[in-house]
Design a binder for this molecule. Structure first.
Ligand code: ADP
Ligand code: ADP
Length: 217
């Protein structure tokens, strides 16, 4: 379980998060919604260890992350957390498969194991035919699915996505959302998704609505 307890965050005098508490169960798909500037990205970054709260706690599978030294925090991040952004940020000179494998090459897993995982993910995401393509040779929807596979390569239990379909047309967005549910069902990971897409929010297990740095629904 992922738990945030009374998370506060300020930028200068601006109180961006005003005491947020929430829990996400393993395998749950949670949508975070709210207008621009509500604090959604900031909350996602803090829960996903990319940013630090001023006060409050983030507890991931019974480990209190706010107290961990940075080397141990990196380890937790590499082993348990995946991130998908609005813009895929793929390396232009690497193939789809190389982009997907990149986060695993940082560890010392056997190459065969990494390749097998990459193939499994490419199959689940319907991009197995794109393994040797460069990002420039793929559609926007395919590029984003490569980014999702990259986020999953190290078997994370919690996947954070910040407007993952924000740059996709309606059809590609719907396909991507469909895949989140399929991935959850076959891999068992949780998805915590910041989205403006109402169809996705309504289908998710739970919707958390932020307004001015507080949970209002
Ligand atoms: P949302 O994702 O809901 O649009 P954000 O979490 O991105 O909201 O931002 C919440 C507020 O915090 C906004 O007013 C934004 O301008 C501000 N903010 C976000 N990041 C920073 C930062 N690094 N420095 C200063 N202000 C920031
Ligand atoms: P979103 O599309 O999620 O609302 P933003 O455009 O608010 O994203 O923020 C994009 C990036 O810029 C984030 O890393 C955020 O922390 C940073 N940022 C947002 N607002 C500010 C700000 N007022 N000052 C400095 N950095 C900011």
């Amino acid at each position: 379980m992922l738990e945030g307890i009374n998370i506060h965050k300020k930028y200068g005098n601006l109180e961006v998060l005003k005491g947020i508490s929430l829990q996400v169960q393993e395998g749950e798909i949670v949508s975070i919604v709210g207008s621009s500037g509500a604090g959604k990205s900031t909350l996602l970054h803090i829960l996903g260890t990319l940013d630090q709260a001023d006060s409050g706690q983030v507890i991931l599978d019974k480990t209190e992350l706010t107290e961990l030294p940075s080397a141990e925090l990196s380890k937790v991040r590499n082993e348990k957390i995946g991130f998908v952004f609005q813009f895929h940020n793929l390396m232009a000179e690497l193939t789809a498969e190389e982009n997907i494998c990149l986060p695993a090459w940082i560890g010392n897993k056997p190459e065969r194991e990494i390749k097998n995982r990459a193939r499994e993910l490419m199959q689940l995401l319907n991009i197995e035919g794109r393994a040797d393509h460069l990002p420039s040779e793929m559609s926007g929807g395919e590029q984003q699915r490569v980014a999702v596979a990259r986020a999953l390569i190290n078997h994370p239990k919690y996947v954070f996505a910040d407007e993952p379909s924000g740059n996709l047309d309606t059809k590609n967005a719907a396909e991507l959302h469909e895949l989140f549910f399929k991935l959850r069902d076959s891999l068992g990971c949780s998805f915590i998704i910041v989205t403006h897409n109402l169809a996705l929010a309504e289908r998710s297990d739970r919707i958390i609505e932020l307004k001015d740095g507080a949970i209002v629904a």
